[in-house]
Design a protein around this ligand. Structure first.
Ligand code: SF4
Length: 700
C-alpha cells in the first residue's frame, strides 16, 4: 500500500514508452513524480535509461491532460433526445464542448452505442486500440467489442508495426514473439541487426549490442541508411529500398550453396527443407551475382555473403524492427529471417535466437490479449474474424461501420492515407475516444473521456521479450482506468454480468483463465514476488526465458520454410532500367522512422520541454549529393496526398534520391503521402518506401 501524499518516497515501476520495458524507480513527493532513475540492479535497464524514460514524466500532471469528459456540442445538436435527457448534468466547457462527470459521459456513450447496435447491427461498431495501456484494459477492450457490442472488428496499433512479425513467426515457428531474453546478447557470438534504428528506437537494448560490438567486433547492420549503430558494425551494409527479402534470400542462398547449414537441426526440428533448398538455389535474385548489376550497390555481392557465412557458423541472433515489417513483403521477410535461424540451428538455445524489437510498452500484451481481428486472447481462433484497420476505414466510407471506439490510438496521425481516413471519420455516426491528451483523433471525437496514464494505475505490461511486469501507481489519480470506462459502459448496455470486475486483479484473473497457455501461473502475487527478476511467458509453474528449446509451437512441433521470391520493383527496378539517377525532383524514395526524444505521436513526450525542444518539428534528411536541387523547405507529394512544408537537412547518411523523415508531429501530415499499399498478408502499411515528388517551397 502506497502513501501518496507527504514525504519523498521511491516507487519501482516500468517505463511507459517503448517495448524494451525498462525497470524504473520514481521519486515521488506530495503525489508528484519529481525524478525518475534507472534501477541499478534492473534486469532490463541495467542502471541506464534513455532520455524518454528519464525525463519524460511531465505528462502525468500536465495542464493539458483531459481531466473531465468532453462532449461536442455539435453531437448534442444531432442527438436532441440525449441532449434533453442529460441537460441537467451537462455544463459549459468551451465554445465547442460541454462537460460532465464520467458516469454521465459513459451513460450518453452507452445509449448512443445501443442505438447504433439496434439500428445498424453490432458489426457496425469497431474498436481500434493503442498499446500504451495495461493488459487488463486491452483485454476489456476486445471483450467489450466482441461480447457487449457483438462485433468482431477489434484491432490495435500492431497493425502499423509488428503484425507481419506475428504472422511470419507464427507461420514458421508457431509463436510471434522474441525467442530469448535481452541478456542473451552477452551469450551470442554474432549479431545481425536489420531494419532497426536500435539506438534511437530501442536504446537500452542497443546498449548491450554496443557493448558486444565494441569488445567482440561481431555486429552486422543492414539498413537503407547509415544508422548510428552502423558506425560500430564490422559489416555496415547499406541496401537499396525494399530489398530485405532479396538480401535475406541471398543469405539463405549462400548458406545452402556453401553447405553451411546444420543438417541435424534441419532433420530433427524442421520440415520441407529440401524443397526450399531447391527453390532458393534456382532463384536468380537470391544468387549474389544479381547484386553486381545494381549500380551503386555492387559491394553487396561480397558483403552479404560474408555476413551469411559468419551468421551460419556462429551462435547468432537476428534483431529487426519496422524496417522489415512496413513493406509489401514484410511478413515474407520475417519468414525469410526465421529460415536463416532454422537452417543454422540458431534458435531454441541460449545466445541464439530471433528478436523482433516491438514498439510500444504493451504491444506484445495487447496482441496476447486478443486485440486483433483474427485472434481471440491467447491467439485462439475467434468465433468470427473481423476486419483489419485499413478494411475498417473502407467500411466506414461504404457506410457499413457507423461507430468507432478509439482507445489511445491516434489513427488520424499515425496511420497511412490520412486524407482517406479524414473522409472516413467524417462519415461516422459516433466517434468516442479514451485518451490522456487532445490528440488529433481526440479533437474529432464526439465524446472524449480522460483516463489514467500507466504511471497512475495497477496493471500488467508485457515487454518485447515476453516479460510481464505488474505495475503499481506512482501517483494517485481521480481519473478512471480504461477498463473501468469499458466496464461502466458494458453495464449500461446490459452486459453487467459479463463485466463483473471491481479491480484490475479481477480482470487479470479472468485473463489467466481464458489465456492459460501463457498466463495461468502468473497471478498478481507471483508477479509481485518475482518483480525484480521478471517472468517471461508462457508461465505455468515456472516461466520460460528461452522459447522453442525442444520443439516449436507449431501444430506438429516442427519449423517450416515458406519460400517467397523477391519481386523486382521500385528503386531497384528503376536503377536497372537506368531511370533512377536523373536530375528531376520526381521519383525520390521516402522512408519514415522515429527519433530518440519522442514516442509515436509524441502525445506524452512533447509535454516535457527538454524532449520537445530536442525535436520540435519533423525534418527531412536528404543526401548531400542532392544538395542544391531543392533548397531547405519542401513539400512531399505522392498520388495520395501532400505533406505540409518541411525543413530539409542534408547528410551523408542517406543515399542520393532517397529521403528520411520522422512522423512525430501531426501538423507535418507526413502520413498523407502514404497510400493503401501494405503487407500483402496482413495489411501493415508500406511506411518504409513510398515514391514522392519534391515541391520546393518559396523559390519562385
Ligand atoms: Fe523507456 Fe524504452 Fe527508453 Fe527504456 S529504452 S527508458 S523502455 S523509452
Amino acid at each position: 500500500t502506497k502513501k501518496f501524499d507527504g514525504e519523498k518516497q521511491d516507487i519501482e515501476s516500468v517505463c511507459t514508452y517503448c517495448g524494451v520495458g525498462c525497470d524504473i524507480t520514481a521519486q515521488v513527493e506530495n503525489n508528484k513524480i519529481v525524478k525518475i532513475y534507472a534501477q541499478k540492479d534492473g534486469v532490463v535497464s541495467q542502471g541506464k535509461l534513455c532520455i524518454k524514460g528519464k525525463y519524460g514524466y511531465d505528462f502525468v500532471d500536465s495542464k493539458n491532460r483531459i481531466r473531465e469528459p468532453r462532449i461536442k456540442k455539435s453531437f448534442l445538436e444531432k442527438n436532441p433526445t440525449l441532449a434533453q435527457k442529460y441537460a441537467g448534468k451537462l455544463s459549459e466547457f468551451s465554445a465547442e464542448y460541454m462537460t460532465c462527470d464520467v458516469d454521465t459521459a459513459t451513460s450518453i456513450a452507452a445509449e448512443k452505442l445501443q442505438e447504433v447496435k439496434e439500428t445498424f447491427g453490432g458489426d457496425s461498431f469497431c474498436a481500434i486500440g493503442g498499446a500504451r495501456t495495461s493488459c487488463e484494459s486491452a483485454y476489456s477492450f476486445q471483450k467489450f467489442c466482441r461480447e457487449t457490442m457483438e462485433s468482431p472488428h477489434v484491432d490495435n496499433c500492431a497493425r502499423v508495426c509488428h503484425s507481419p512479425s506475428l504472422k511470419g513467426m507464427r507461420t514458421t515457428i508457431g509463436e510471434g514473439a522474441a525467442t530469448n531474453p535481452y541478456n542473451d546478447i552477452y551469450e551470442t557470438e554474432f549479431m545481425v541487426v536489420i531494419g532497426s534504428n536500435t539506438m534511437e528506437a530501442h536504446p537500452i537494448i542497443a546498449n548491450r549490442i554496443i557493448d558486444m560490438a565494441r569488445t567482440h567486433n561481431n555486429l552486422a547492420v543492414i539498413d537503407v541508411r547509415e544508422t548510428k549503430l552502423a558506425k560500430l558494425a564490422k559489416h555496415n551494409c547499406i541496401i537499396p529500398y525494399e530489398t530485405n527479402l532479396l538480401v535475406l534470400n541471398m543469405m539463405a542462398h549462400v548458406i545452402i550453396n556453401e553447405e553451411l547449414y546444420d543438417e541435424s537441426f534441419i532433420a530433427n526440428r524442421t520440415k520441407g527443407f529440401d524443397e526450399f533448398k531447391e527453390k532458393i538455389l534456382n532463384d536468380p535474385y537470391a544468387n549474389p551475382k544479381f547484386m553486381e548489376k545494381i549500380e551503386g550497390y555492387e559491394y553487396l555481392a561480397k558483403m552479404i555473403p560474408n555476413i551469411a557465412r559468419e551468421y551460419a557458423v556462429k551462435k547468432s541472433m537476428i534483431f529487426w524492427g519496422l524496417g522489415i515489417t512496413e513493406h509489401l513483403d514484410g511478413s515474407y521477410a520475417v519468414m525469410a529471417i526465421t529460415h536463416l535461424a532454422l537452417m543454422t540451428g540458431n534458435v531454441g538455445k541460449t545466445g541464439a535466437g530471433l528478436m523482433p524489437l516491438r514498439g510500444q510498452n504493451n504491444v506484445q500484451g495487447a496482441c496476447d490479449m486478443g486485440c486483433l481481428p483474427y485472434f481471440a486472447p491467447d491467439y485462439q481462433q475467434p468465433k468470427v474474424e473481423g476486419l483489419m484497420t485499413p478494411q475498417l476505414v473502407d467500411a466506414m466510407l461504404d457506410g457499413k461501420i457507423k461507430a468507432l471506439l478509439n482507445m489511445g490510438e491516434d489513427i488520424t496521425h499515425i496511420h497511412p492515407n490520412l486524407n482517406k481516413i479524414d473522409k472516413a471519420i467524417e462519415q461516422l455516426e459516433f466517434l468516442m475516444v479514451q485518451e490522456l491528451f487532445m490528440t488529433d483523433i481526440a479533437q474529432r471525437a464526439d465524446i472524449v473521456i480522460g483516463v489514467r496514464s500507466a504511471y497512475e494505475k495497477t496493471g500488467v505490461y508485457v515487454n518485447a521479450m515476453r516479460r510481464l511486469h505488474l505495475s503499481q501507481p506512482l501517483v494517485k489519480s481521480d481519473l478512471p482506468d480504461d477498463w473501468e470506462v469499458l466496464t461502466e459502459m458494458a453495464k449500461k448496455l446490459g452486459d453487467g454480468e459479463n463485466f463483473d470486475f471491481k479491480t484490475s486483479e479481477d480482470v487479470w484473473n479472468e485473463v489467466r483463465k481464458v489465456a492459460p497457455r501463457r498466463f495461468s501461473g502468473a497471478d498478481y502475487y507471483r508477479l509481485e514476488r518475482h518483480r525484480k527478476r521478471g517472468m517471461q511467458w508462457p508461465i505455468y509453474h515456472e516461466d520460460t526465458p528461452v522459447l522453442h528449446l525442444l520443439d516449436f509451437r507449431t501444430e506438429d512441433g516442427l519449423g517450416k520454410y515458406v519460400y517467397k521470391q523477391y519481386q523486382l520493383r521500385g528503386m531497384v527496378q528503376s536503377i536497372l532500367e537506368k531511370t533512377f539517377f536523373d536530375d528531376s525532383l520526381n521519383g525520390f524514395y521516402l522512408t519514415t522512422g522515429r527519433t530518440l526524444a519522442h514516442y509515436n505521436n509524441a502525445a506524452q513526450t512533447k509535454q516535457t520541454e527538454s524532449l520537445y525542444s530536442k525535436h520540435s518539428e519533423d525534418v527531412v534528411l536528404a543526401s548531400v549529393e542532392d544538395e542544391g536541387k531543392f533548397g531547405d523547405k519542401i513539400i512531399l507529394k505522392s498520388e495520395y496526398g501532400e505533406s505540409e512544408a518541411l525543413t530539409v537537412k542534408y547528410t551523408d547518411k542517406v543515399k542520393p534520391k532517397t529521403l528520411f523523415c520522422t512522423f512525430h508531429h501531426a501538423k507535418s501530415r507526413i502520413n498523407a503521402v502514404f497510400g493503401d499499399e501494405s503487407d500483402e498478408l496482413i495489411l501493415t502499411a508500406r511506411f518504409k518506401s513510398v515514391k514522392v515528388d519534391i515541391l520546393p517551397v518559396g523559390d519562385e
